[in-house]
Design a protein around this ligand. Structure first.
Ligand code: PHE
Length: 373
């Protein structure tokens, strides 16, 4: 009897641990929750949490609740890589919702690939991100398209003939997008009057802007992240530059207007969705998001939500929870009705979707036009 009791005492906690683990599906996420791109991580995590809360309320995936492990990469490539390692080796996640910033996805996706853990980036647009391997996916369009969108808008809608470029040389996303813009703008008969650079963390852009002013461009393409773009807008106006600034999705943050103030108003950027859409999928999402967080979701929140829903659907369809099974189902994603559009993952594991052009107007984001691939 004593023996039996003793063995029960030893075995019960094991059984309990086992049941607890069997009842949940652990999914990892990492992103910048602090640092100069903090709104990227904060927003996409809000979208991801909203999606998993809804899924859990409806019974979970395969009858199991999703347990989301979130890690802060502080906006640093090395931290992104170590977050992915920890999620895989310590938390034993079945899949990872990857980073927003392309540089951080490029630094961490190879680790997921080598462990055969599916990795889905909500918002990294640099083409190299999914080239890492067959376990790496994204639910957004890529920069060869995004750069074309702004080149087309500049030449056709704004009738820009001479453009200047100001790129963040330490940012893979910024460099890639700038290169595509230059190429596409020239193809359309435009002239690049100067192509200058800065580095994230810089606060004084007057030297570059003075040079740009001397070339008198019709527009300035600044494909950076919101913190520097806000400062660049301020300093451009202080120097008397009136030409519009043009940019990409890296502008999309409420902080852009807080930093850029009135100087950022009237400028244009390409993005993944518009809050002005009347599509019920969008209006419904905005309503639920506002009810939960009391704020309007930016594109990252919408992409995070779509990434989580697409991953959950793939896990639900997969015959088991192995990386291979989940990966194979992710690759079959077709016509998924997302908030950011209809999502089909192509043979490169990228989504092909339209982009919108947005004009900044204080905290408002005015929808200007949609450009389809
Ligand atoms: N596309 C950006 C990158 O690859 C990230 C981003 C997406 C930022 C959407 C804001 C909004 O680095």
């Amino acid at each position: 009897m004593k023996r039996l009791l003793l063995s029960l005492v030893l075995v019960l906690p094991l059984l309990a641990g086992c049941t607890k683990k069997d009842n949940v599906i652990t999914i990892g996420e990492y992103d910048s929750m602090s640092g100069s791109d903090a709104t990227f991580g904060l927003s996409s995590n809000k979208g991801v949490r909203l999606a998993f809360d809804e899924i859990n309320a409806a019974g979970g995936i395969k009858g199991k609740k999703v347990d989301l492990k979130m890690m802060d990469d502080q906006g640093k490539n090395e931290e992104a890589a170590s977050a992915v390692t920890r999620l895989i080796t310590s938390n034993k996640v079945v899949a990872i919702i990857g980073g927003v910033a392309s540089g951080r996805s490029k630094a961490s996706a190879p680790i997921a690939q080598s462990h055969k853990v599916p990795f889905v980036s909500p918002a990294s647009t640099n083409p190299d991100v999914t080239k890492v391997g067959d376990y790496v996916f994204r639910v957004c369009f890529i920069d060869p398209f995004q750069g074309l969108v702004m080149a087309k808008f500049a030449s056709e809608n704004l009738k820009v003939k001479k453009a200047a470029v100001l790129r963040d040389v330490k940012n893979d996303y910024s460099v890639g997008l700038a290169d595509v813009f230059v190429q596409e703008f020239k193809k359309r008969g435009g002239e690049i009057v100067t192509d200058l650079s800065y580095q994230a963390g810089d606060i004084d852009f007057k030297a570059q802007l003075t040079q740009i002013r001397s070339k008198n461009p019709d527009a300035i393409y600044v494909p950076g992240y919101y913190t520097e773009v806000g400062l660049i807008a301020q300093q451009a106006r202080q120097l008397g530059i009136k030409a519009p600034l043009l940019g990409g999705d890296g502008w999309d943050s409420d902080k852009l207007s807080e930093i850029g103030k009135e100087a950022i108003n009237g400028n244009y950027y390409s993005n993944h969705y518009t809050t002005e859409s009347t599509d019920p999928a969008v209006t419904e999402f905005i309503k639920k998001f506002k009810a939960k967080y009391n704020e309007t979701p930016d594109a990252l929140a919408a992409l995070g939500y779509d990434a989580a829903k697409i991953l959950a659907a793939a896990i639900e369809r997969a015959p088991d929870l192995s990386g291979q099974a989940i990966r194979d189902e992710l690759a079959k994603t077709k016509d998924f009705a997302g908030v950011t559009g209809k999502i089909t993952l192509n043979e490169n594991r990228d989504a092909v979707k339209s982009a919108v052009v947005i004009q900044v107007d204080g905290k408002n984001r005015k929808f200007i036009t949609t450009i389809t691939p």
